[in-house]
Design a protein around this ligand. Structure first.
Ligand code: ADP
Ligand code: MG
Length: 285
């Protein structure tokens, strides 16, 4: 079987590069040395190296998918404060973050709430968790994607472009309501929603209820058709809380006002007077 093959161990790095096995190329000296020292059976050494190559390959794939997903840096589930949105159930979000059945049937997630309530953060956090689980995600401002689809339509490539987006198990359309039908023809957005219906999932964030979506789509009947398809299989989360930005700014101000050190209180009349000024502010609740 080995007729005509010369075994030259010095060629191993070259062979591994040729076979595109970078992890084995990196680790074989260490593991062959250990195997020799500890008398491993040859099959154990081969299996170990193959497993390591496969594990690193999966890691590299996830890294690639994290880059292509264009998620918001740092906006993950770890940094999301669930206590700020009591109407959103953490166990439910954790279950959604694992993917599985809702992505398999192309169900959608719709996040509603005023500006600053954490919609984009939560969308990005779910996206990050899903990519880490092995799914492919694209996070985009809706206006950006609409523009891309319009360009595709102009060059008669709308269908092909929408087909290509099928590789993403989830597309997160951030700020759907920022799309304006008068900006340009937005039926491309409807085409995308219709094409993915019951097959591939969408996550939509919106600061306006469905009733106001007529400003997004060309006419009322298309708005209805789009909403119908989006909500047929959907998890709808209402995040009706005050802006997190504003709340954290207010509480930072409060903390600064409430925590002058003893020496400051004794020695510095300007700082000592700060709590009094702050107490005059209207309560935020
Ligand atoms: P929206 O998209 O609803 O306008 P964002 O997701 O952009 O709001 O949130 C505004 C800012 O507040 C971001 O910096 C975000 O990370 C932060 N934020 C909002 N909600 C939370 C939360 N529950 N926990 C941690 N940070 C939050
Ligand atoms: Mg946002």
């Amino acid at each position: 079987m080995m007729d005509g093959i010369t075994i030259d161990v010095a060629r191993l790095p070259l062979l591994l590069t040729e076979l595109r096995l970078p992890t084995i190329a990196k680790l074989w000296p260490q593991f062959t040395e250990q195997a020799d020292r500890e008398g491993w059976p040859a099959a154990r050494l081969l299996t170990t190296l193959a497993e390591l190559e496969l594990a690193e390959r999966a890691q590299r794939r996830i890294q690639r998918h994290l880059i292509e997903a264009r998620l918001l840096p740092g906006k993950t589930l770890d940094t999301f404060d669930f206590s700020a949105v009591p109407m959103v159930s953490k166990p439910q979000i954790m279950a959604l973050a694992a993917g599985d059945s809702w992505l398999d049937k192309g169900a959608n997630i719709l996040l509603f709430g005023p500006s600053g309530c954490g919609k984009s953060h939560l969308a990005s956090a779910l996206g990050t968790a899903l990519v880490e689980t092995g799914y492919r995600v694209l996070f985009t401002r809706t206006t950006d994607l609409v523009q891309r689809l319009q360009t595709a339509r102009q060059s008669l490539a709308l269908e092909a472009t929408i087909d290509k987006l099928d590789k993403y198990h989830l597309i997160a359309l951030d700020d759907l309501c920022y799309v304006r039908k008068d900006q340009a023809e937005t039926s491309v957005l409807f085409e995308l929603i219709a094409a993915r219906y019951e097959r591939r999932s969408l996550l939509v964030t919106a600061n306006q209820p469905f009733g106001d979506w007529t400003s997004v789509f060309p006419d009322a009947s298309m708005t209805l058709a789009a909403v119908d398809r989006l909500i047929h299989h959907a998890i709808i989360l209402e995040m009706n809380v005050e802006s997190y930005r504003r709340r954290s700014a207010t509480s930072r101000q409060r903390q600064r006002a409430m925590q002058p050190s003893d020496s400051e209180r004794d020695n510095n009349s300007v700082i000592a007077s700060a709590p009094q000024t702050k107490e005059k502010e209207p309560s935020e609740t």
